[in-house]
Structures are given as C-alpha cells and as structure tokens.
Design a protein around this ligand. Structure first.
Ligand code: UD1
Ligand code: CA
Length: 493
C-alpha cells in the first residue's frame, strides 16, 4: 500500500528558465550565469530539491542545448520542457504543466533567476497555502524599492486580488511596496485552466503568469499571498549589476554561517566562499581568500592572504599563503607558499612543505618532505623526509608524452637538478647540485652528472684589462702575495 501524500507536500516543481535574459547582454543564457559556485538555475534547484517533489520540470528555450546539458550534469532527475517561442512566463508555465501528468497534488512554480531563495521559505509557503486551503498562493515580499517588480494588489479585506506588472501599473499601484517574488504554489488543474485563458494584452504583448491571479479571483477561487520572512530571498537577477549584488548577498550569508560556526574570517569584504565549500571551526581565512568548488578546509588551518583554492582539501593545521591551488590535497600541518601554484593531482603528506615559487602537478609529496624554492614537480612520487633543492625541475615531458619520476625516502636532491623522467632515485640517495639525472640512482648513492670545473687563471686580467673586475682581481692577488711574503705566513682568525 502506498502512503498518502502529505497535504503539505508538492507533487511537482516547475522552474521557469526559458527567458532570453536580454538585460544580461550575454552570449550565455541568463540562468547559467554563476554566483558562489552554482548557476542561477543550480541555486533554484538546490532550494527546491529538499521539498522532495516527484516531478521537477525545467522550462528551457533560450540557449536550450547548453541549458539542457547543464541540467543533465547538475540535476539529472529534472526533466526539461521546451518552450519554442518565449511568449512570456504564463506561456512557459503552461508548457511545463503540459509536460506533467495529471497531478492530484500541488505544483510549485519558481522563476529560474532567484538564487537567494531558501528551502525554508519555500516550505513555509507550501505549508501556509495548504493550511489556508488556497487554490493558489503567491510568495510576496515587502521591499523598500519595488522598481521593476510586479505589485501585489490586495482588496479591502486584505486578500490578494491581482498582480500588476510595473509597466502596466497605475501610479497608485506603483506606490505599492509589496511585490511578487515569482514563486507560486497551487492546484495543478486550476492553474492549467487559468493559464489557458491568459491573454497578451499588456505592455510587452506577453502571456503573464501573474495574470492567473486575477483570473482565479474572478472565478471566485481563494488566492492567498504569503510574505517572505526575509525579503532578500525573493531577489531576482536581471542584469550584471544585480548579479554582482546577489553574489555579494549570498557570499555574506555563507560567511555569516561560517563565522557563527566558529571560523575566523578576518576580512569578509574580500573573502569569497562558494556555497559548495566547507570550512571547519577554528580555521582562519585571511583577507583575499577564495574557496571555490568542493574545497574543504579542516580545523586549525590558515588560508590566505590572497589565496584561491578550487576543489582542494586542506588538512588540520595546514597553511596556504598567497597561492593558487586546484584539485590539491594538503595533509595535516602541511604548508604552501607564498607564491606557489598547485595543480590537480597534487597530494602533500602530513607536514610536507611546498615553499615559494613552486609549481606542482600530479605530484605526491610524502610526509615531512620539502620542496622549498623555485621548483617544478610534475608527475612525481616523492617519499618521506626528502628535500628537493632549489630550482629542481622534474622534467616530465619529452615533447610527446609525460613520464613519471620516483624519489625515495630521505633523498637529498641538490639544487638545480634536472630529473629527466622516467627516472627513479633510490631511498637515501643524493644528487649533486646542477646535475642532469637521466638514469636511475641506486639507494644511498651520490649521483654527479655535470661537467668538471676548469679555472682559467689570469683570464680577467688579460681579457678584461682595466675593468673593475680586473682591478678587484689584481688587488686580491696583491694582498695574497704580501700575505705570503710577510713573516709568519697567512693570518688566521
Ligand atoms: C517576473 C514577474 C514579476 C515578479 C518578478 C520577480 C511575470 C510577468 N512577472 O518579472 O511579477 O515581480 O518576476 O523576480 O512573470 N521565462 C520563461 N519564458 C518566457 C519568459 C520568461 O521561461 O517566455 C522565465 C524567465 O527565464 C524567468 C522567469 O520566467 O526565470 C521570469 O521572467 P522575467 O523576464 O525574468 O520576469 P520579470 O520581469 O523579472
Ligand atoms: Ca526576473
């Protein structure tokens, strides 16, 4: 026996995402623009997902192929419905309802450009609508500046009687500060019926979803309006200024939550954390930090200043200073920077160190190993306790293919060593500074692979006569000669 659907549940969610987004002035469809780690559409779907609707339909049109591709990636359970011509939000809603089977329950319709909507706000709307027994309930908000938004017209008894778009509103209606959020919940059959009767007699010549309110009220149906607890929730996004403003608000929400949970954010104004990132209590985010994608920062870690981490894991007590990292995993107590670049596949063991001006890629750096200065480490496995001298290059590319280098435990790679892959340096081995290592080095060996030094005596005096270098050399020679000439020989300190 199947369970009876709860009266407060929604049977279907419809997201309107077919609009051009003309005001964005973009080759990218509006709903795909990103803020805080998700597209506009992604935020809306993340808010509706916990409501547990059996059906989710996304109306697509402008940029349909890319929007559908995106949808398949972020919400494969959602079904796209094509609105061939963008004839208005009412027409879009009608297209969605046609794509749905006959529903006994209620349907929630949401604009696809409202990234700040929260699940709790939607759930409260659905609940209030069911409790009141409304045929349709609209989410509204009281705002200081209603410019551009549909106004909620209430009758003398306070019930919602119409929604009037700003461009169609009378001066008195424009003075109303209660606005339409673009979120509606109602009876699917009644909505279908009313949408079939929506005209195009308005300033834009479009079918307005908002007109169903007046139609249903005229039918004698009960229509309600629920004011959102936080007016920020309903903010849409129509141009790039609004996109920036919504991003700022969403980021503030993320940072507030982090700070309340025990994270130190030194400068919220310059710290950006995606909704998909996580930071544990007692981590510290210094100014100019960006935590993007699936980045996770553990307790006691310090990130920044001026650091961007994308899809990285930062272990307990680790630190990253003025660096740019993506797809990297930093063990506990590891340290990175300043000024380093960690690329995907980098894994730093516990206590490992990547210092200044180092680039790494597909590199495993073992526990307590160090790459302190000016190196490139690509396609490498480095054991524990090893030290990679300054300016070492893991020469991984032969011009066609990439090759791997293995460096054992407690190895000492001399400064300016070229490790020409594929090559293996055995445990405890050394390489001499300036070596070009092309063959394997056995454990414990010292590999020297550089030209023998030759000093050409007196060259500067002969070939650079009169230069400051020659004068300095002559003065040094004269001092040496007088020292050896004096009784008692050379001085000792
Ligand atoms: C809409 C509401 C307005 C409300 C505001 C809240 C209407 C007529 N007006 O105005 O009352 O205050 O949202 O932000 O609905 N869309 C389609 N197909 C179309 C046209 C639009 O799918 O043919 C989608 C858009 O992608 C968008 C949504 O419908 O997600 C709303 O369209 P938009 O043009 O942004 O409406 P607004 O002018 O913002
Ligand atoms: Ca809009």
């Amino acid at each position: 026996m199947s369970a009876q659907p709860s009266p407060t549940a929604v049977a279907a969610v419809v997201v309107l995402a077919a609009g051009q987004g003309t005001r964005m002035k973009s080759a990218t469809p509006k709903v795909l623009h990103d803020l805080c780690g998700r597209s506009l559409l992604g935020h809306v779907l993340a808010a509706t997902e916990p409501l547990g609707a059996e059906h989710t339909v996304v109306v697509v049109g402008a940029g349909r192929e890319v929007v559908e591709e995106h949808l398949a990636a972020i919400a494969p359970q959602a079904v796209p419905a094509e609105q061939k011509e963008q004839r208005g939000s009412g027409h879009a809603a009608a297209v969605a309802l046609e794509a749905l089977p006959d529903l006994a329950g209620r349907v929630l319709i949401v604009n696809g450009d409202s990234p700040l909507l929260r699940t709790a706000t939607l759930a409260a709307l659905v609940q209030a609508s069911a409790a009141a027994g409304d045929v349709l309930t609209v989410l509204t908000a009281e705002v200081d500046d209603p410019t551009g938004l549909g106004r909620i017209v209430r009758g003398d008894d306070g019930t919602v009687v119409a929604i009037v778009e700003e461009r169609d509103a009378t001066p008195e209606q424009r003075a109303i500060r209660e606005v339409n959020a673009g979120v509606y919940v109602g009876n699917a059959a009644a909505l279908r019926d009313a949408l079939g009767r929506v005209g195009e007699d308005n300033d834009q010549g479009e079918q307005y979803l908002t007109d169903v309110v007046g139609l249903l009220v005229a039918d004698g149906a009960q229509v309600g309006g629920v004011v959102a607890g936080d007016p920020d929730d309903i903010l849409g996004c129509n141009d790039r200024r609004e996109l920036a403003a919504r991003r700022r608000l969403l980021n503030d929400r993320v940072l507030d939550e982090l700070m309340l949970s025990g994270v130190t954010v030194v400068d919220p104004a310059t710290t950006w954390v995606d909704v998909t990132a996580s930071v544990a209590p007692d981590a510290v985010l210094q100014p100019g930090t960006q935590l993007l994608g699936r980045t996770a920062v553990a307790t006691g870690a310090v990130v920044g200043p001026d650091t961007t981490l994308t899809d990285c894991e930062v272990g307990e007590g680790a630190s990253v200073v003025r660096s740019h990292c993506s797809g990297a995993v930093l063990g506990a107590q590891a340290s990175v920077g300043p000024f380093s670049y960690l690329r995907p596949g980098t894994r730093l063991g516990r206590g490992a160190k990547v210092g200044a001006f180092v680039e790494t890629k597909n590199a495993d750096v073992g526990e307590n190993s160090k790459v302190p200065h000016l190196s490139y480490v690509g396609d490498a496995t480095i054991g524990r306790g090893a030290n990679i001298g300054a300016a070492t290059v893991f020469v991984n590319y032969d011009g066609v293919a990439k090759h791997h280098t293995t460096v054992g435990d407690h190895v000492r790679i001399g400064s300016d060593t070229m490790l020409v892959a594929p090559v293996t340096i055995g445990d405890g081995a050394y390489t001499a500074a300036g070596s070009v290592i092309v063959s394997d080095v056995p454990p414990g060996a010292m590999a020297v692979a550089r030209a023998q030094q030759r000093n050409v005596g007196g060259w500067v005096r002969r070939r650079r006569a009169g230069s400051p270098a020659a004068e300095a050399a002559e003065a040094a020679e004269a001092r040496a000669a007088s020292d050896t000439g004096s009784p008692g020989g050379s001085t000792t300190a």
